[in-house]
Design a protein around this ligand. Sequence first.
Ligand code: ZN
Length: 282
Amino acid sequence: MYIDTHCHLNFKDFKDDADEVIKRSLDNQTEMILVGAEYKTSERAVDYANKYGKGVYAAIGLHPIHLEDIMVKHEGDEGNYEFHSRAEEFDYDKYFKLAKDNKKVVAIGEIGLDYFHIDQEKDIEAVKAKQQKVFKELLLLAHNLNLPVIIHCREAHQDLLPIMQEFYQQYKKDQVKEWGVIHCFSGDEALAEEYRKLNLMISFTGLVTFAKNWDSVIRNFPLEKIMIETDAPYMAPTPFRGKRNEPLYVQYVAQKIGELKGLNQAEVGDKTHKNAQRIFGI
Ligand SMILES: [Zn+2]
């Protein structure tokens, strides 16, 4: 059994065939968490999760790039993408209502800091400050709802780590269960260890199937603290690079982790599925 803990079938890339993609995954032992990036896509993630029974879950959140009005354009290993982000004001009550009393909403995410996509024409320090302020509000939202967080962090670990350390000290140090995951983990072993000390997990995408940067982190980090994801439609693994990604391909991430840890693919699938059940309460 597999679970893709982070995919965006609620994005427009899947507007014509999300149901087919979901069914194809469920028919092949692959569950999934659909992750929102702004209110609209969070709502859509919840709609899909509600429509299906076991195996399809939602996370709701406001991604840092959606705090600004910018054109986002990127070409690279993560896939090519281009979209217009309209600035959204974070509305705590709206998100609270969307999550409250719905068992299919299993996390707040994706939330975090993204300094990579900041428009260089803007007041960079002001943009960073706003991202940090909203991120802290979203951490508190998750805490008040008793939900874990799915964290996005791009070129901002130097600011994200201290925020997480402070939050842990204030609210989470007595909690036995993990309270969040650093999605698409981009750091080194030392940084992974810092997050582990805060009782957080890390998760890996198809990037690890073709980039060797994380081989040693994966070899040495305990499998009990690792989850797998696709980040579909982005980050398609080998042998699908450059194509639209989908939850079914999460097995290639499991295969790669298995190779590095001397385990078989199914074992990695089952163990990371257990980890997800534990942290997301599913
Ligand atoms: Zn994502």
